[in-house]
Ligand binder design. Structure first.
Ligand code: HAM
Length: 409
């Protein structure tokens, strides 16, 4: 029979990789807790118009990357390509704004984008992200960026942080017009995609990787020259706060991001160690989005990190608890063995009962394959073997054995 394979761009994450996944996620979650973010668990499937109206009709994500289908009730739905849109929908739908104050939420889970798979780019990938609703102070931008900086430092990752300001709606509009005028002069020299982008999504031309496009946009007008006084002030303040928090950053006036909802602050944490897909975490402000999706005017901002990309960079995992494997030398000692294993687990020691019967030699070999640090042979006595040193000791009661194990671990 032919074997069934996983779908292109999808992955099984197990073994050491699963440990890295958990380590990345746990590191974020711990830091989120100290910054007082609360978890929100969001649906994987949403009405397709949510993404059209937030991520943007003209973006690559909406134009060509979404997994879209009609459900049995005839609804046009999409697998979420990102988390911000769902978070905003929930903020509005659950009327969180009515509670007053402001909200700090975080989420984690799979996202789906039909992109060309390559190292660090998958069709199902996982993000961990956070959003802040109801705060316009630049303090929030600085704290959010500094929080991500903190986590990446804890994960011991080499990266640079790029920041930019896209300005408010007015600054963006006048900049876009100027950029379009500039790009039109070079229209025939731009790549085919960028020629279409001039009308559809001109800012994206700035992040095209094609060398001729890159060359042309080098001299293009810069968004920072078009910022309103207020946006300029905010950007200056952000830089001041980041310096005060010892966060190193580079200003990149070409940083535009691939989603339409951003205003003012945008940022990307980029590594050079995993090839072309080097952005490990990114985000920014989106002060118009809540209103755009039918909620009250609400300033907001957030970020998301790509868990798989961070997994590629994590080198050292925290040390695991030592494993004690309990082996009944014959089935006559099975009950005694499962009871001993349970006792060990109840005092927070990691224990495995040998579940595969066989000769002593084969069971010891299995214990070694399971990466046991200690083995206990159970008979009318307890023989403890330290797998690293080979040293053996005999105990006549479980209590004595447990005391000895506690001392060693
Ligand atoms: P994004 O830049 O589209 O932003 O995605 C955030 C991160 O997800 C990327 O920097 C990258 O690490 C990871 N990522 C994206 N696509 C893939 C892929 N195909 N394979 C592996 N990893 C990927 C957002 O999604 C925004 N929602 C971030 C945000 C939150 N902005 C404000 N709040």
């Amino acid at each position: 029979m032919s074997k069934i394979q996983k779908i292109r761009g999808f992955q099984d994450i197990y073994g050491e990789e699963a440990k890295k996944y958990r380590y990345v996620v746990d590191t974020f979650r711990k830091v989120f807790e100290f910054y007082n973010f609360k978890e929100i668990i969001l649906p994987y499937v949403e009405d397709i118009s949510l993404f059209k109206r937030s991520v943007g009709e003209a973006t690559d994500i909406v134009q060509k990357e979404m997994y879209v289908f009609t459900d049995k009730g005839g609804r046009e739905v999409a697998l979420r390509p990102e988390g911000t849109a769902s978070c905003v929908r929930a903020y509005i739908e659950e009327k969180m704004y009515a509670e007053g104050g402001y909200h700090k939420l975080f989420y984690e889970g799979a996202m789906f984008r039909y992109e060309r798979p390559q190292a660090g780019r998958y069709r199902q990938f996982h993000q961990i992200g956070a959003e802040i609703f109801g705060v316009s102070s630049v303090l929030a931008d600085a704290e959010l960026i500094s929080m991500v900086d903190n986590v990446l430092k804890k994960l011991k990752i080499n990266y640079k942080l790029e920041i930019n300001s896209l300005g408010d709606f007015q600054s963006r509009k006048s900049y876009t017009q100027n950029l379009v005028n500039y790009l039109k002069k070079y229209e025939n020299q731009l790549c085919e995609t960028c020629q279409k982008r001039i009308e559809l999504n001109p800012l994206r031309v700035l992040d095209c990787k094609v060398p001729t496009c890159k060359e042309i946009t080098k001299e293009a007008p810069k968004i920072t020259e078009f910022l309103s006084e207020e946006s300029q002030k905010r950007f200056l303040q952000l830089k001041e706060y980041l310096k005060a928090l010892n966060v190193d950053f580079i200003e990149n006036p070409r940083l535009v991001r691939g989603l339409d909802y951003y205003t003012d602050t945008v940022f990307e944490f980029i590594t050079e160690e995993i090839g072309a897909q080097g952005t490990v975490a990114a985000g920014g402000r989106y002060d118009n989005l809540v209103e755009q999706l039918g909620g009250p005017p609400t300033p907001a901002l957030g970020f998301a990190a790509g868990i798989e990309r961070l997994m590629l960079l994590v080198k050292d995992l925290p040390k695991e608890k030592p494993l004690i494997t309990v082996i009944p030398i014959t089935p006559d000692y099975n009950i005694q063995s499962i009871q001993l294993s349970n006792k060990l687990r109840n005092i927070n020691l990691k224990s495995e009962t040998m579940l595969k019967e066989g000769s002593l030699k084969s069971m010891l070999k299995t214990a070694d394959k399971l990466k046991s640090d200690f083995v206990v042979f159970v008979s009318d006595k307890y023989e403890l073997k330290d797998m690293a040193s080979g040293q053996q000791e005999i105990f006549y009661t479980q209590e004595d054995l447990i005391e000895a194990l506690k001392d060693k671990i």
